[in-house]
Design a protein around this ligand. Structure first.
Ligand SMILES: *Cc1c(COP(=O)(O)O)cnc(C)c1O
Length: 391
């Protein structure tokens, strides 16, 4: 008999009852050190007082009005995102994949409105992950996500990550855009080299293409900058964000320059729930904290500490780990043992982490993590590593 909840997830057999900062407390009272953060979502950890207050206050006043009316929280959050980024305008969605969908539609529409209705194709990269709608699985191009869902949606051409010659060769008269994660998350914590992003920017400019960054996972402080692309100095035309901006409340956003958004005229796109007052209250509260002086510096400092500690761990356990990778607090351990088994062993040590492609274990702690929490994590990583060495 099928489970009442559609069985599409491989869930660990635990249910959490509450959370505090970097800790999750299970129904039986067991405390877990949370270096998964809901897959890079709980940017400020669990039950952050500022977020709790913002959501509770909004919840007692107004939940939803639809986009038939002005939503002041949207206007405020959009202005703040614009002030802190390359963008001139923002569309609010409820999830990462919807922000991606809006980005792809926007790029196509830009071409359509600017004399190139024939341009609709998007160049994407091997190892990419952009979400699970029909367009996003076509963009991501992973066979396991495409299987059995009918013909792959038209309009995506995938090339090897980091291969600028292949990108150039993939540009055809129908190309509208390129879509890339500045650091591949699900693909295995692979940062795009800055010179590669610069070369993509140049190709886009030369060919009149839209450069789209998928910062759904990397955005909102995860890498130690507000947006990961800031490390490279390259700005996109369009960017999708989601995970961190809601701090656990479902929301996403598509940010764009005025030029890139020029095709998105009245009625061209919409979302019933997108940017509702609850989400906007939380999004603004997340920014209050992330944009406060010293916050991103804290992320960079603790990330440097974590990286040093992890390098020591890898050196001490060469049979278990191969190397450390990633950027900021989006860290990956490339494993010599199966990553799924290591995540399970960590779970036995009461620590949560996330698997990724390329046999990597992702460590994505809340951005409020302290050195003490990292030390605690190291103990548990050591404990899990020891179980493999004893075998
Ligand atoms: C999680 C993720 C998505 C999809 O976000 P959803 O909210 O699950 O739709 C898209 N792109 C990247 C890089 C992600 O990490």
């Amino acid at each position: 008999m099928i489970a009442p909840v559609l069985p599409t997830y491989a869930r660990a057999d635990v249910a959490f009852e509450r959370g505090e900062g970097c800790w999750l407390i299970a129904e039986d009272g067991t405390r877990y050190l949370d270096f998964a953060a809901g897959i890079a979502v709980n940017a400020l950890g669990h039950a952050h007082p500022h977020l709790v207050k913002a959501l509770s206050e909004q919840a007692s006043r107004l939940w939803h009005t639809s986009n038939l009316y002005r939503v002041p929280g949207q206007e405020r959050l959009a202005q703040r995102l614009i002030a802190a980024s390359f963008a001139d305008t923002v569309f609010f969605s409820n999830s990462g994949v919807e922000a991606i969908e809006a980005s792809i539609k926007m790029a196509r529409r830009y071409q359509y409105k600017n004399g190139h209705p024939e341009r609709f194709r998007t160049i994407t990269f091997e190892g990419a992950f952009h979400g699970r709608t029909l367009a996003a699985i076509a963009a991501g191009g992973q066979a396991k996500y495409l299987e059995g869902f009918g013909p792959r949606a038209e309009g995506f051409d995938q090339v090897s990550f980091g291969d600028i010659k292949a990108v150039e060769a993939a540009i055809v008269p129908e190309t509208a855009a390129m879509l890339i994660e500045p650091v591949q998350g699900e693909g295995g914590l692979r940062p795009a080299p800055p010179e590669f992003l610069r070369a993509l920017r140049k190709l886009c400019d030369e060919h009149g293409l839209m450069l789209i960054f998928d910062e759904v996972q990397t955005g909102v402080g995860r890498t130690g900058k507000l947006f990961a692309h800031e490390w490279s100095g390259v700005t996109p035309d369009i960017m999708a964000i989601a995970k961190g901006i809601g701090g656990g409340f479902p929301m996403g956003a598509c940010l764009a320059t005025e030029r890139a958004a020029s095709g998105m005229t009245l009625g061209s796109h919409a979302s019933t729930f997108g940017g509702n007052p609850l989400a906007m209250a939380v999004g603004n509260a997340v920014l209050d904290v992330v944009l406060a002086p010293g916050f991103l510096e804290h992320v960079r400092d603790v990330a440097n500490f974590a990286r040093q500690q992890l390098a020591g761990l890898v050196a001490a356990h060469p049979k278990v780990f191969e190397d450390v990778r990633g950027e900021g607090l989006m860290l990956g351990l490339k494993m010599r043992v199966p990553n799924t088994e290591f995540v399970s062993a960590l779970f036995q040590q009461k620590m949560l982490a996330v698997g990724a492609g390329d046999n990597v274990v992702r460590l994505l702690p809340p951005l409020i993590v302290e050195e003490g929490d990292v030390r605690e994590a190291l103990k548990r990583l050591e404990g899990a590593a020891a179980t493999f060495e004893a075998q």
